[in-house]
Write a protein of this length. Structure first.
Lengths: 825, 468
């Protein structure tokens, strides 16, 4: 212990033995460290203590005589003496327990919480055998649905304030609160306002009784029948740690695990309830091939693989292309990269679907962790998607950092979002003009600003003045109607700030693992370019492509021109996910043979696939996941895949084998070992390190061989005076294929509409909700129009991937921005 | 004996011909107007205060030992000194959420002499360097709100409140807010929560005083209406003059609200510390004794939260120290007198029910315990009591307020007094307050409980039906 630490230490006597504690540590935590666990209901280490349940009363003497004090509210102080086992303490705790049970129904046998219920456990351990309460208990209607996924049984509630505190303090969705008073105090929603929070599932997890239950798990299992294993959430790139709980070979529940550097135990509802899609009856249990009637029919693996081999053998490497891969584990991604680039010899491989960023912007800039972004006294520049909609757990971390740790948030986004209320400065530049705005912002740090990209000079100057301490840029694609290149240019400008680093906000599942595995044109495993990595990789691969191939846009264009004979869709659905709908459709139509590897049929498969391999999904195969920081964490297999579906890496080795090559990969561990051997940045990723980082994961740091993006100076063409610039952002429930297969959540997809700033909306002269026509040079759609103050004047918003006509029919993927006209239909 | 000396326009107030510090204008029908206030020396104290240094005003109040009139009896001058230096802004909050059962003195002060309160606020703000004052008035007190609003408008128009008061550098704004009808908001931290727009629930201690962390996280002085109404008089007449009234430890006067079985219930301004309960309840100038043909059984000495007193405690002076040592408190100055026709169990239930209904629901022992107590008492009264219920009541009480609960001495049983205050497992004293009637009545009138439980004084309905 250093002298500074010693000076910052207080000594506390707990049940007769003295321990050292840091000032500010709560007594309840200090006692737990000292081995004296104090029972509690309302206290939660990730939330502000409220001292409401009174279960944690202990006898504390700070020099003025011993008195009962709530240990969750009391910071340790030097010389404090604490007794947790005295008769007075026990009497008080037993008394509180009896009070809690007075109105608590004895329906444990039919309560989902029974068996894992802190109240039940406490009662069994310490409670009286009989109740002295002979009156009738309090009654409420049970249970009431407070949202589409969460049910509330007020009779069971012990009013610990955990769910309400979470909703109000942590998630910022103050939609549930206490009503009435005294014995009639109850948690409820406001009239006609459901608990429509993206984070509502967390309240179910932290409820200390069975008052809050989630629809997907209700009456599905008893806790003692559940088996569990640790894994990583897969629906976005935050890499939230979870436990997967299953019974009878079916995943029934996911719970957040408190990983200190990542998600603090919280999950977004999308992460939490995503397993429902895996249990869908539509899951593929066998490979499919398209028959002579153009129908997809089930077949055997031998037939499907042979057809694929035949197609692959009958063509040249540059006429083969592969799109996708972000769904896969790191190991499967490596195996497919080795197959595509090493065996088949094509570099037309891209895991991003035109909705991401240039690789150099993700891998080539100084990288930040979530903890770096959340540093007290630092500055967060959000130049990416709304984290509340796309990266739920990251949103909670950023929100906490700004609210409680004194981080400053500056927003540079096309419209206001979930964090805008906390931003000290919100800049909303015209779509497509981010580079100019960031250049102006950097120049304004210690200099002068001029009006830029529709943002007044004063706003830029004020934001520049607020930049302090270490700067973290949360970098991603806020609007799909702007190009990734222009965002990369903007990032290069911000890279000139002092002490700046970048946290990627690419949202798609394991996209960062895919980039690390080389699933991108011009890339090899280990954050290496073709030239820099070929020597290392060449030692274990049969070959290495010599020149960079096409990205997804290029592949689809080449395919439309008839230049692609075999198109592999590695868990990709370009029809729904590529930014330009027309390009995706013509590309799929023009491809020779389309081989899809997926969990369920999607629109691209229905339209174009000739051969479909049924793949094992998350929880069905083992491997690792790389999150947006570059943190690698394990995903363990919990259940078996449906039918004969196989892990993706196994399909790659099988195909290679039938093509006459041996990938030399026979298990996730062996793949990991090979990845470590060819990738200097993965050097720390030993099996021992993974075991030690079972909760927190292993951070893979460094840029490898990837240089920062060069940055261009291309100007932005001006649009005509009658047009609006299109903004298209994602929402958490975007009607993607997984959501459509989730029983509980599928009703949450938001509908299609077009939103305008109130000024623009007034110009249109229609009533809210009137169907209007939105037209771009690429296409048009009809949608109800609404005014939306979150949009700056001059922009029109159409949500990404809503049901009905998708925004991708409007977007011009090649242009820095897309002009639209909104007219009365 | 005259029983008609009520002041018609100030219902409830009785002019007892003693020294008047805060009720001096109650005799005027238009006492609440600015005109009358100015005609009777109003706002002169403010003028003389503005000529002095703020510290002089503060020390004058400290010198006067002006005790807080809200219940705890803490000296206002000392409380004011708790403001941490340099942590501006500070706030003054006036606690006009008078809701203690049996107490209705602040209501009269607000209805009859709102300018006196406002002047007290202004002087206090000047003494402490505050620029913002919040007047929080109980939701049900419509007339008080109306009169204060009217008075604030008059005072603003006259330049007593606002920018550069009376041409000086001193500026203050006073805002009137009213409650939504919760007893617990009389607790100062719950009042602050309510003022901030939150649910009126007490805050956890520490910090123990809002003077450190109060409204909007800033240092805040919370004073009772009566306390601040004393300030103009103290400044105008000086601490020395103030201390000629009352006792050494408790100078000045104090308002008491007496209700129940006395001949002349009402609000009295009496000399603090030198008057005894007997003087107040039996004196000709005061309540004039128990109603004819009846005798005193028990009385609540300081608002519903106070443990009960009996015949033996009548000669105690109206002063915090001796009353506390005798097992109760002067509290908010609400005295409820009950004669021998009162059923002790019913009376206890009446108060316990109040606390059960008013519990804010925040902490477990109070939320669950008070209602449980109420239901056991109700069951006993309904003839469904069990022999174990008395011990059950005492044990529930012990789980809300651990250890011996403050009670008065009972010479007949050779039991000593247990001094105030009680201990608590709760966040605020509301839960323990519900124990006061139970602990007081079970100790003194255990036989009444027992007779109800053994049904010696109720008709056994079930048996009667069975026979017919």
């Amino acid at each position: 212990m250093s002298p500074a630490d010693e000076a910052n230490t207080v000594n506390v006597t707990i049940n007769g033995s003295e321990i050292a504690a840091s000032p500010g540590e709560l007594l309840i935590d200090a006692c737990e460290r000292a081995g004296a666990y104090i029972p509690r209901f309302c206290y939660h280490s990730r939330m502000k203590p409220v001292g409401m349940c009174r279960m944690c009363l202990v006898e504390v003497d700070t020099g003025r005589g011993a008195a009962l004090q709530p240990s969750c509210m009391l910071p340790v102080s030097d010389g404090m003496t604490v007794e947790t086992e005295t008769d007075l303490t026990k009497k008080a705790q037993d008394g509180v327990l009896e009070f809690l049970l007075v109105n608590h129904p004895l329906d444990c046998p039919v309560c989902d919480k029974g068996g894992e219920c802190p109240l039940q456990d406490q009662t069994v351990a310490f409670g009286p055998g009989e109740s002295r309460f002979v009156e009738e208990k309090r009654h409420y209607e049970k249970p009431i649905a407070i949202s589409d996924t969460v049910y509330l049984d007020r009779e069971r509630c012990i009013l610990c304030d955990r769910c309400t505190r979470f909703a109000n303090d942590v998630a910022g969705d103050a939609l549930i609160h206490f009503m009435d008073r005294g014995n009639n105090t109850q948690v409820n929603t406001f009239p006609d306002e459901p608990f429509a929070s993206y984070f509502s599932g967390n309240t179910v997890q932290i409820c200390p009784v069975g008052a809050l239950t989630a629809k997907p798990y209700r009456f599905k299992a008893r806790p003692w029948d559940l088996e569990e294993t640790i894994s990583t959430a897969w629906t976005d790139s935050v890499g939230s740690r979870i436990t997967v709980q299953s019974s009878r070979n079916q995943v029934l529940r996911l719970l957040g695990v408190d990983a200190d550097p990542v998600n603090w135990g919280w999950l977004s509802d999308k992460e939490r309830f995503a397993f429902e899609a895996l249990n869908s009856e539509e899951r593929l249990g066998a490979p499919l091939v398209r028959n002579d009637q153009k129908e997809l029919v089930a077949t055997g693996w031998g037939d499907a693989l042979d057809r694929a081999v035949a197609a692959l053998q009958g063509t040249a490497p540059e006429r083969i292309a592969m799109i996708g891969g972000a769904r896969l584990t790191n190991e499967s991604q490596y195996a497919w990269a080795k197959l595509a680039k090493g065996v088949l010899g094509t570099d037309n491989v891209d895991a991003q679907l035109g909705d991401g960023l240039p690789v150099e912007a993700v891998l080539g800039l100084p990288r930040a962790t979530i903890d770096d972004a959340c540093r007290p006294g630092g500055t967060i520049i959000l130049m990416g998607p709304d984290p509340k909609e796309e990266l739920g757990a990251l949103y909670l971390r950023l929100r906490h950092a700004v609210l409680n740790d004194g981080a400053t948030l500056i927003e540079i986004t096309p419209r206001a979002g979930g964090l805008s209320g906390l931003a000290s400065h919100s800049l909303h530049p015209r779509p497509g003009e981010l580079p100019a705005l960031t250049a102006a912002l950097v120049a304004a740090v210690g200099g002068e600003a001029v009006d830029t990209a529709g943002v007044p000079a004063e706003a830029i100057t004020a934001a520049a003045a607020a930049v302090a301490g270490p700067v973290t840029v949360v970098l991603g694609r806020a609007s799909l109607a702007e190009t990734g290149e222009s965002i990369a240019d903007a990032a290069v400008n911000l890279n000139a700030l002092d002490d700046v680093s970048f946290l990627s906000a690419l949202r798609r599942g394991n996209i960062h693992g895919a980039l690390d595995a080389g699933l991108s044109p011009g890339l090899l495993p280990g954050r290496a370019t073709l030239s820099a990595g070929s020597e290392r990789v060449g030692e274990v691969w049969p070959g290495v492509p010599e020149s960079a191939g096409l990205d997804t846009a290029g592949i689809l264009a080449a395919s439309a021109a008839g230049d692609i004979d075999v198109l592999v869709l590695l868990g990709a659905d370009p029809i729904n996910d590529f930014v330009d709908h027309a390009a995706a459709a013509s590309g799929l139509e023009g491809a020779g043979t389309v081989i899809a590897i997926d969990l369920v049929r999607n629109d691209s498969i229905e339209m174009a696939a000739d051969i479909v391999f049924a793949a094992a999904g998350p929880t069905e195969s083992s491997g690792t996941f790389t999150n947006l920081e570059g943190r690698v964490s394990v995903c363990e297999q919990k259940v078996t895949p449906p039918g004969t579906a196989r892990p993706d890496w196994m399909l790659a080795t099988e195909l290679a084998h039938r093509l006459g090559a041996d990938l030399g990969l026979d298990s996730p561990e062996s793949i990991r070992a090979e990845l470590v051997s060819v990738s200097p940045v993965h050097g720390g990723l030993s099996e021992e390190a993974l075991a030690a980082g079972r909760i927190d994961g292993v951070l893979v740091e460094g840029n490898g061989d990837i240089a920062a993006p060069a940055g261009t100076t291309a100007g932005v063409p001006s649009n005509d005076a009658y047009s609006l610039r299109l903004v298209s952002t994602r929402s958490m429930y975007d009607d993607g294929v997984a959501l459509r297969h989730s029983h509980s959540s599928r009703g949450l997809a938001r509908g299609l509409d077009v939103r305008l700033s109130p000024t623009e909306f007034d110009k249109l002269g229609v009533k809210p909700g009137t169907i209007v026509k939105v037209e771009s040079s690429r296409g048009h759609l009809l949608a109800p129009a609404f005014a939306d103050p979150s949009l700056p004047p001059g922009s029109a918003h159409v949500p990404w991937s809503a049901s009905g006509s998708p925004a991708s029919s409007l977007i011009d993927a090649g242009a820095p921005f897309t002009d639209v006209r909104v007219e009365r239909s | 004996m005259p029983t008609h000396s009520y002041v018609p326009h100030a219902p409830g107030y009785v002019d007892n011909e003693g020294p008047k510090i805060v009720t001096s204008r109650f005799g005027y029908e238009d006492s609440f107007t600015l005109e009358r206030y100015q005609a009777t020396g109003g706002y002169q104290a403010l003028r003389s205060a503005l000529d002095k240094k703020p510290a002089e005003i503060h020390s004058e109040v400290r010198e006067a030992t002006l005790l807080g009139r809200g219940g705890a009896g803490f000296p206002a001058g000392i409380k004011w000194g708790f403001l941490p230096p340099g942590k501006f802004p500070y706030y003054l909050v006036v606690n006009g959420d008078e809701s203690e059962p049996g107490t209705y003195k602040d209501r009269l002060l607000m209805e009859r002499d709102p300018h006196q309160l406002i002047e007290g606020c202004l002087i206090t703000c000047y003494a402490l360097g505050l620029q913002q004052c919040f007047l929080y008035v109980r939701g049900e007190m419509a007339l008080a709100q109306e009169r204060i609003a009217q008075a604030l408008n008059e005072a603003y128009a006259e330049g007593y409140i606002g920018k550069n008061i009376l041409g000086t550098e001193f500026s203050v704004d006073i805002v009137l807010t009213w409650g939504a009808g919760a007893y617990i908001v009389g607790e100062e931290t719950a009042l602050i929560e309510s003022l901030e727009g939150n649910r009126g629930m007490p805050r956890l201690k520490p910090p123990y005083f809002p003077a450190a962390v109060g409204l909007y996280g800033q240092p805040t002085i919370v004073n009772n209406v009566e306390t601040l109404s004393n300030v103009p008089w103290v400044i105008e007449n000086g601490a020395r003059q103030y201390k000629t009234y009352g006792s050494e430890k408790s100078p000045g006067t104090r308002m008491f609200a007496v209700s129940g079985h006395v001949k002349r219930p009402g609000v009295y301004e009496v000399e603090h510390g030198v008057t005894s309960f007997r003087d107040l309840l039996y004196g000709d100038n005061f309540c004039q004794g128990i109603r004819d043909g009846h005798e005193l059984k028990m009385f609540v000495p300081g608002g519903g939260s106070a443990p009960w007193f009996f015949e033996e405690q009548l000669d105690l002076p109206l002063e915090a120290g001796p009353v506390g040592a005798a097992g109760s408190m002067l509290g908010s100055g609400g005295i409820v007198v009950m004669d021998e026709t009162t059923d002790a169990v019913k009376a206890a239930l009446r108060l316990v029910r109040f606390y059960a209904r008013e519990s804010c629901g925040k902490c477990t022992p109070c939320r669950e315990g008070t209602t449980w107590e109420e239901r056991v008492l109700q069951r006993i009264l309904d003839g469904e009591g069990r022999p174990s219920d008395i011990e059950l009541l005492l044990d529930i009480a012990d789980n809300i307020s651990p250890g011996p609960y403050p009670v008065a001495a009972d010479p007949a049983q050779e039991l000593d007094a247990i001094p105030f205050p009680p201990k608590q497992t709760t966040i605020c004293p509301l839960g323990p307050s519900s124990v006061a009637p139970i602990a007081s009545t079970i100790r003194r009138f255990r036989h009444e409980y027992e007779s109800k439980i053994t049904k010696r004084d109720v008709i056994p309905v079930a048996a009667e039906k069975a026979m017919s």
